[in-house]
Design a protein around this ligand. Structure first.
Ligand SMILES: [Fe+2]
Length: 464
């Protein structure tokens, strides 16, 4: 697959996410809705028809707060526009001196449409079960629930799903390339299976989908973006159906590449200007293909067309600004790039998962700064498979996220930098006092040449 998505321009900024300052706000200088009616309901313009004034008392979790009526001095948050997902935030607004606010119904989550109740009195688990959001801001712990199946246990199931999904996508893309008709809804059961795996333990499937070969890259990338979208949607508090819609959209986001000439698609070197222009048409070609099916759904249509848009307006094909790009498309832009830069490929250097997140966080203007932290929470600051250096001088691979604190995952230590030699592999839960160790930093993979790092966390499942 040719490198065509412009990820090469890496800002030389390295810093750790936990010490990241508040993200700079991207000005929301909306240019109004784009005249593209097929997916206008998902293109969140700031037209007044989507805004509704309501009393603060009627504000609910899942609603997108657009503005408050009254002095901003009384507004308890530094952000002005965001989806209310935390009980603590809702309580802050209700106890402020504000009386009314404006909500954007198009940007609100489906859960906001449920009958009103006293959310500050009910448990968060009841409100968002089984995908809970709480007032906790300490990371994926904010979604409260422990993974229902341990990482190691889910790996086998996830490996089986990876193999099966890869074949289904390969068949689908092959059929589309040959001009055969297809029904996107036929792959919905498979998406439901992938979603079930992500719900049981997101780390297992997502980690495995990073392992790609030259031959299966395109198909596995689609499966990876599907899994990432599901985990992301879950972290945002979307319900099961919405998570599956997001997954289906992720699976089909690059279907337009089936319309690209193979000599360009498979070119290993840098693309010429003309070739790049052809490749940049894949969102529109994919959108056309999906419209023809008649059953793709608005989410898939929207994500397919807009997954290369950037919040600063420098993306393609439309050059939309943040306020004009739907939430799903902004999510897909993040998932697409994360998988592209963190995937192991024989002919391409892949960044470590934790490196990938840190680098993406430094690219101002590419991604929505308000939802990017949610994506990080869905994976962990040190996603499973990340190489880290411990205080003891040992190198370790992250194998499991802690449900309450993303800075203290479970790791497998395997190398001593002091002795400069491998050590017996030892599993360490860094959240436990008796661990007597901690992560010092992400360790650049390029500094070492560990040939079987994946086997450390994935075992036999690394051979997908
Ligand atoms: Fe793409």
């Amino acid at each position: 697959m040719a490198v065509c998505d412009g990820y090469a321009s890496v800002a030389p900024i390295w810093w750790l996410l936990p010490t990241r300052p508040a993200a700079a706000k991207t000005p929301l200088k909306s240019r109004g809705p784009h005249p593209d009616s097929a997916y206008s309901s998902l293109d969140h313009s700031h037209g007044t028809k989507m805004l509704k004034k309501i009393p603060i008392a009627e504000l609910r979790l899942g609603m997108h707060l657009h503005a408050v009526e009254g002095s901003w001095l009384d507004h308890p948050f530094w952000r002005s526009k965001f989806v209310l997902t935390k009980v603590a935030d809702l309580q802050s607004l209700r106890t402020s001196s504000l009386t009314h606010c404006w909500i954007d119904s198009e940007k609100s989550l489906a859960s906001a449409a449920t009958p009103p109740g006293d959310e500050t009195q009910n448990s968060a688990e009841t409100l968002f079960a089984p995908f809970v959001l709480s007032g906790d801001t300490s990371g994926r712990a904010a979604t409260a629930a422990e993974d229902s199946v341990p990482f190691d246990e889910e790996l086998k199931q996830a490996a089986r799903l990876c193999r099966k999904s890869k074949e289904v996508v390969k068949q689908l893309f092959g059929d589309v390339r040959m001009g055969k008709t297809f029904d996107p809804q036929c792959i919905r059961p498979m998406v439901a299976e992938l979603a079930a795996s992500v719900f049981r333990n997101p780390g297992a499937l997502i980690s495995l989908t990073r392992l790609k070969t030259k031959d299966d890259y395109t198909y596995m990338h689609s499966v990876a973006v599907c899994a990432l979208m599901i985990a992301f949607a879950r972290e945002l508090g979307m319900d099961v159906e919405a998570c599956r819609d997001a997954g289906l959209a992720g699976l089909l986001h690059d279907v337009g590449k089936t319309s690209m000439p193979l000599e360009i698609l498979n070119k290993l070197g840098k693309l010429s200007e003309a070739e790049f222009a052809v490749m940049r048409s894949h969102p529109e070609r994919g959108h056309e293909l999906l419209i023809k099916t008649g059953t793709a759904g608005l989410a898939a249509l929207d994500v397919c067309l807009h997954h290369h848009e950037r919040v600063d307006g420098t993306g393609y094909p439309r050059g939309l600004l943040s306020g004009e790009i739907s939430l799903l498309a902004r999510m897909a832009a993040i998932c697409d790039v994360y998988d592209a830069i963190s995937s192991s490929r024989p002919y391409k250097f892949a960044w470590d998962p934790a490196d990938s997140i840190a680098r993406m966080a430094s690219w101002v203007g590419h991604f929505d700064p308000e939802v990017f932290p949610v994506f990080v929470r869905s994976l962990g600051i040190y996603p499973s498979g990340s190489l880290v250096r411990l205080q003891s001088g040992r190198l370790a691979v992250v194998v499991k996220q802690h449900p309450k604190d993303l800075t203290v995952p479970t790791v497998k230590a395997f190398f001593s930098t002091k002795a400069n030699m491998p050590i017996a592999v030892v599993r360490i839960d860094l959240s436990r006092r008796e661990a007597h160790d901690a992560i010092v930093c992400r360790e650049p993979r390029g500094s070492w040449n560990f040939p079987n790092l994946e086997a450390l966390w994935a075992g036999e499942s690394s051979q997908t």
